[in-house]
Design a protein around this ligand. Structure first.
Ligand SMILES: Cc1ncc(COP(=O)(O)O)c(C=O)c1O
Length: 396
């Protein structure tokens, strides 16, 4: 064992990728409908992304944050402009972006003299990352078990319960952090009513509203930012995963209201805003504009929902109706059938999927997929479910 045992990896060695496909060490091709867990927005080995990375690597790979450099400055300008926020902080992953957002919220209250306002309110079902601060904001006990004591100053409110927010947002709350679509808990979409009530109460009570768009953002919801879909604007947005199409990056976008929370020395990251991931992210933004990717995502989403709904109706003992938003989709599996076994069967059939929450299949394909990719995925999935049904019959 040369890797610590943190992932239950499938018995598959990937050597290359091309578009929506991954290729293993035997040359077998797989249709990738999990996209590196919602990372490969433009698919694998996109030539323009590869070229942007190579060109930047030939010019400047690292100068640190003691100086200005063009890729980070341009990317910050692009993201701020496109989101309507005021300023960006760069780091290297989703969990780091949430750590930075939590610190920004607390420091903002501190600078205003509100020293009691320290609580970060998160939602039941939430997942915000694996580092200790983000883990303290993560509700699911299975991620937390064995890592206590976690930092103090975190509390939870029921997801999608607008009434519960009235009591939960009190004078101790610095920020409410919400995933507009909860990915890890099994793809649960926030209601507009919940997010709008959160906005209203946060405004009334001097609390910041943070949207964790790490999984559902960067075009996956059918708009660059998920908040655009809901029509509710947060004070802070965290993004990561898909932004640099496979290179490590995380970003905190802050509205004007709280951007002054941080002053020099308050926070930092050696590699944050490094030129190569920033160049990849800039290429991603340019290409998504050229492809009109939001339009593609909405069309493919309709097709995927339609095909999965028909499949679920044809196998009512095994599958429930799909749920989700854009190209972050879940298909619940009924006991005694198991999502994890269907994922394994799908892999044998040449389709890569994920699972999430309790007994749920998760789809987060590259956003560039074609209508025939959707058709092919659903026919491979049908085969996989049929195989699971016959092997479950043999097992019992
Ligand atoms: C909503 C959400 N927040 C935070 C994270 C953590 O991101 P990372 O794994 O890049 O630290 C994830 C990862 O799955 C996520 O889905």
């Amino acid at each position: 064992m040369t890797l610590l045992d943190t992932y239950a990896r499938a018995p598959l060695t990937i050597v290359a990728g091309e578009g929506c496909e991954l290729i293993d060490d035997r040359g077998r091709r797989y249709l990738d409908f999990i996209g590196g867990l919602a990372v490969n927005a433009l698919g694998h080995a996109h030539p323009a992304i590869a070229e942007a990375i190579a060109a930047q690597a030939r010019t400047l790979t690292h100068a640190g944050n003691l100086y200005h450099h063009e890729p980070a400055a341009t990317l910050a300008r692009e993201l701020v402009g496109r989101s309507g926020m005021k300023a960006a902080f760069f780091c290297n992953s989703g969990t780091e972006a949430n750590e930075a957002a939590i610190k920004l919220a607390r420091k903002w209250a501190f600078r205003r003299g509100e020293r009691e306002r320290v609580t970060i309110l998160a939602c039941t079902g939430s997942f915000h990352g694996r580092t200790l601060g983000s883990l303290a904001a993560t509700a699911n006990g299975s991620y937390r078990e064995g890592f206590e004591p976690l930092p103090d100053g975190f509390a939870f409110v029921a997801f999608n319960d607008a009434d519960a927010l009235h009591d939960a947002i009190d004078d101790h709350v610095a920020a409410l952090i919400v995933e507009p679509v909860q990915g890890e808990s099994g793809v649960h979409v926030a209601s507009v009513e919940f997010l709008a009530t959160a906005r209203e109460l946060c405004d009334d009570r001097g609390v910041l509203l943070i949207f964790d768009e790490i999984q559902c953002g960067m075009g996956r919801a059918g708009s660059l930012f998920a908040f655009e879909h809901f029509g509710v604007r947060p004070d802070i947005i965290t993004i990561a995963k898909g932004l640099a199409n496979g290179l490590p990056i995380g970003v905190v976008l802050s509205a004007e209201r709280c951007a002054s929370g941080f002053a020099p020395g308050d926070h930092g990251s050696t590699f944050g805003g490094s030129p190569v991931p920033c160049a990849a992210a800039l290429a991603h933004l340019r290409i998504r504009d050229e492809l009109d990717l939001d339009c593609t995502v909405r069309a493919r989403s309709r097709e995927l929902f339609g095909a999965l709904t028909r499949l679920a109706l044809s196998m009512p003992d095994v599958l429930e109706s799909p749920r989700g938003l854009g190209l972050l989709v879940a298909l619940p599996v009924r006991a005694p059938y198991e999502a994890k076994s269907i994922v394994a069967q799908a892999r044998h059939c040449g389709l890569l999927l994920g699972s999430a929450g309790s007994n749920t299949l998760r789809f987060a394909p590259p956003l560039i997929l074609s209508d025939s990719d959707v058709e092919r995925a659903v026919s491979l999935l049908t085969l996989a479910v049929e195989r699971e049904v016959s092997s479950a019959t043999c097992r019992h």
